[in-house]
Design a binder for this molecule. Structure first.
Ligand code: FAD
Length: 431
C-alpha cells in the first residue's frame, strides 16, 4: 500500500499553537501536517520518575491536543531515541517535508544535524526557523562581525535593531488550521510515558506586579517578578509577544528579556561554556570542592539564612528568586570555593525554568569566570544582602520556620571566607 504523503511539524521547546513561526510555515505546506512531539529517551532516562518539568510538558501537550481535537486533528506523541523515532516515521509515512524551530544548545544542534541528514537521504526537505529568540546567531554583532561578550553594548545594539525593524509580524496560523492532518492518534498518559504527576507545579505567569517591577524586583518577599521563565523555557508563550509587551510597558523588564537573548547567543557562539570557564585564565583556580560543604549548601543548612531560605525554596518549589540565586551562587563559589559546575548541575536538576544558556551564563557570572562577570574580588556578604533585600526577614521566615527558635551558627565565618576566596582566586588566575 502506498504510504500517505505528509509534512511534519516537530514541537520541541515551542509548546503552543499560537504565534509559532515553524508551525505557521508548516501549515502553508502542500501536504497535510502531522504535529509531532518526541519524548527523547536519552533525556528521560536521566530524570527521576517524578519530575515537575515532565509533568508540565505533558500538561502543555494535552492542551495542544485538546485544541487540535476541536479541529479534527491530534498530536502524534512518540517516545524513544529521536533518530530511531524518525527512522520509523520514514518507514510509516511518505515524509515530504519537516518543519521545526531552531534550538541553540550544542546537544540539540548535533541531534538536529543527524536528523536532517537522515531526512535528506530520504529526500524529505527540512526547514528550520527562528522562534525561541527575537534575534539569533549573528543578527546582533559588533561592527567587525564578532559576537558581543559584554552585555551593555549588546543590549544597545539589540535595542537599536529592534526599533529599526518594527513592526514584527505575529505568526497567526489560525486560518491555516484546515491543513492539519485529520487523525485521532492516542494521547498517552503520563504513566505511559513512564512518569508520575509531580506535586510541584509551574505557576502561571503574571504581569500584576510589573508596574513597580524596577523598584521591587530585587525583594524576594515582595515576589513581584513575572514567573515567565518556565513558560519561555518550554515555549508555552511567544517571546515576540512578551518582548513587544515589555517594550511598551517596562524598560527594566525588557532588559531582563535581553539578558536571556544575550546568554543564548553566548552559548551559540561559545559552546565550550557549558562545561568550561569562558575566561580560560581562571582555569588554574584550586577549588576546595568539599563534598560535605556541598551537601550543606544543597540542603539549605549553611547557617546563613538568606542562602538557606533560597535553597529550601528551590528544593520545595523548583523556583528561587533571582536576587537569592545570585547570593547562593556567590556563596558556593566564593565562600565554599566549590566550582560553579557543581552548583550549575544542582540547579539543572531542580529548577523548573532550567535553561542551559541562562543557567551557565549566570553561574559563570557569579563565579567571575564568565563573560561580563562580577569581578572575582566582589564577594557578596549574605548577611548584608539579607539586610538590604529582606530587612524584616519575611522571606527567610517563610522558608525557615525554625528561624526564631535560635538559628544555627554559620558554617564558615564571612570575613575569613572572603579573604580565602580572594587569595585563592588571585593565586589561581593565570597571567
Ligand atoms: P523576571 O524578573 O520576571 O524576568 C523576566 C524574564 O527575563 C525571565 O523569565 C527570564 O526569561 C529573563 N531573565 C531575567 N533575569 C535573567 C538573567 N539574569 N539571565 C537570563 N535571563 C533572565 N533563568 C532561567 O530562565 N533559567 C535558568 O536556568 C536560570 N538559572 C540561573 C542561575 C543563577 C545562578 C542565577 C543568578 C540566575 C539564573 N536565571 C535563570 C535567571 C533568573 O534568575 C530567572 O530568569 C528569573 O529568576 C526567573 O523568574 P521570573 O520569570 O519571575 O523573572
Amino acid at each position: 500500500m502506498a504510504k500517505t504523503a505528509v509534512s511534519f511539524f516537530w514541537f520541541r521547546r515551542d509548546l503552543r499553537l499560537e504565534d509559532n513561526v515553524g508551525l505557521y510555515y508548516a501549515l502553508k505546506s502542500d501536504y497535510p501536517v502531522i504535529p509531532l512531539f518526541i519524548f527523547d529517551e536519552s533525556i528521560l532516562d536521566s530524570l527521576p520518575k517524578e519530575d515537575a518539568r515532565v509533568t508540565f510538558i505533558h500538561e502543555s501537550l494535552a492542551k495542544i491536543n485538546t485544541q487540535l481535537n476541536g479541529i479534527g486533528s491530534s498530536l502524534l506523541i512518540k517516545k524513544g531515541q529521536t533518530l530511531e523515532v524518525w527512522k520509523n516515521l520514514i518507514a510509516e509515512f511518505d515524509v515530504k517535508e519537516v518543519f521545526f524551530n531552531k534550538d541553540y544548545e550544542p546537544f540539540a544542534i548535533q541531534r538536529d544535524e543527524a536528523i536532517c541528514q537522515l531526512l535528506e537521504t530520504n529526500k524529505s526537505i527540512t526547514y528550520s526557523f527562528k522562534d525561541q529568540v527575537l534575534f539569533e546567531e549573528n543578527e546582533i554583532t559588533k561592527s567587525d562581525g564578532l559576537p558581543y561578550t559584554v552585555y551593555t553594548p549588546y543590549k544597545n545594539k539589540w535595542l537599536e535593531k529592534y526599533y529599526q525593524n518594527l513592526p514584527i509580524l505575529e505568526f497567526d496560523a489560525s486560518e491555516l488550521y484546515f491543513n492539519f492532518y485529520k487523525s485521532q492518534f492516542v494521547f498517552p498518559s503520563l504513566e505511559q510515558i513512564g512518569f508520575v504527576e509531580s506535586s510541584i507545579k509551574v505557576k502561571p505567569y503574571t504581569f500584576d506586579a510589573l508596574a513597580n517591577y524596577h523598584d521591587t524586583r530585587d525583594f524576594p518577599a515582595v515576589d513581584s517578578t513575572s514567573y515567565l521563565s518556565p513558560h519561555l523555557r518550554f515555549g508555552t508563550v511567544s517571546i515576540r509577544k512578551m518582548i513587544h509587551f515589555a517594550a511598551k510597558t517596562n524598560a527594566v523588564f525588557l532588559s531582563e528579556l535581553i539578558w536571556r537573548e544575550f546568554f543564548m547567543q553566548i552559548l551559540y557562539h561559545f559552546p565550550k561554556v557549558v562545561t568550561q570557564n569562558f575566561k580560560s585564565a581562571y582555569d588554574g583556580i584550586q577549588w576546595r570542592n568539599n563534598e560535605e560543604d556541598f551537601k550543606r549548601w544543597c540542603t539549605g543548612t549553611t547557617g546563613y539564612p538568606m542562602v538557606d531560605a533560597g535553597m529550601r525554596q528551590l528544593n520545595e518549589t523548583g523556583y528561587m528568586h533571582n536576587r537569592v540565586r545570585m547570593v547562593v551562587a556567590s556563596f558556593l563559589c566564593k565562600h565554599l570555593l566549590i566550582q560553579w559546575q557543581w552548583g550549575e548541575a544542582y540547579f539543572a536538576e531542580k529548577l523548573l525554568d532550567y535553561d542551559l544558556s541562562a543557567n551557565v551564563g549566570n553561574w559563570q557570572w557569579a563565579a567571575g569566570t564568565g563573560c561580563d562577570a562580577a569581578p572575582y574580588f566582589r564577594v557578596f556578604n549574605p548577611d548584608i544582602q539579607l539586610k538590604k533585600f529582606d530587612e524584616k526577614g519575611i522571606y527567610i521566615r517563610k522558608w525557615i520556620p525554625e528561624f526564631d527558635l535560635g538559628y544555627g551558627e554559620p558554617m564558615v565565618d564571612h570575613a575569613f571566607a572572603r579573604d580565602r576566596a580572594i587569595a585563592t582566586y588571585k593565586a589561581g588566575i593565570l597571567k
